[in-house]
Design a binder for this molecule. Sequence first.
Ligand code: AMP
Ligand code: MG
Length: 345
Amino acid sequence: MKVRNLLLSAGILLFSLVSCAHPAASGYADSRYFAMDTVVTLRLAKDGVPDDALKSAEAGFEKRLTELDTLYSVHNEESPLYHFNHSADPLENADGRLVDLLHTASAVSLWSGGAFDDTLGALSDLWNIPGGGPVPVKDQIREALGHTGQSCFTLTEDGAVRNDPDAMLDLGAIAKGAAAEELVGLLRDTGVPYGLVSVGGNIGCFGGEAREEPFKIGIRDPDDEAGVIGYLYLRDGFVSVSGDYERYFEEDGVRYHHILDGRTGYPADSGLRSVAVWSTDGAAADALSTAFFVLGCDRSAERCSDCPYTCGAVFILSNHHVRVTPELAGSFELTASGYTLDPCE
Ligand code: AMP
Ligand code: MG
């Protein structure tokens, strides 16, 4: 069986939320969507799968994706989170998946000491990185930071209550991974033997145990949009990448990227260009990639083994060293020249 590559892509392409036909790699049916503010790709094994089963899997996938797009969005005016962020109303009777995600986000935030922080919506709104800035003045940053932190919200059994009227939730660092996990769960029951989903670079795979070879997942070179620095070989689970090249603007020759450090109020500067996290849990892979990007390589590698979620990481440092935690040491292959591979002790 030939192994196919799914290049981790976190490019921002403007497609509408419709599936568009793509020349499929042999043995696969590929489709592509725009949802959750990013590109979503689906790759399904089609050998031996009846055409109508494949079509029905793709239709079910698209329907669920549309639903998740609204459920987890903070930008869609129809979404429960948009309403919560822009009104004085509590979030009540929320969908159980959203409530669970808020609890997971809060737990990862506490575990990471706020490196991942879903309550920094006032700060990310101020920076407006996708809108191109500008760089806020220090007083604005100080003011916004005063409206972040877990104490700004109380989570309830069916939603959340805001304790600080100016605080806002931002699930941008966890929702795509959660969506990848739910979509993979859906696909497992469709009769398709194996496949891959990518929600803006948050990848989930299924059915790998039945394959002769593992899935081969390319990790993007931070300096080269079309290049990879190496590959992860995986049979199952989820991979999320956080990098300084994904969303950013430049002002006076300085790059301001989208991963914010809640201690300083500025884009994180921890010596990393990107970090890829594998986990058996999709939401955790996503949240941890953001947390690890903020914490930096050494502090993250120390924390990996005591993480409540099974996980491993590949760190790409600004000095062109690549470090891999023991959990992924046997699954990662460095292919790019100009990088040095070191294990994390
Ligand atoms: P990711 O690409 O998964 O690292 O997520 C980055 C997105 O999450 C940003 O575009 C912000 O919306 C939000 N965000 C930025 N910094 C943080 C942080 N430290 N913790 C949680 N969410 C963040
Ligand atoms: Mg993330």
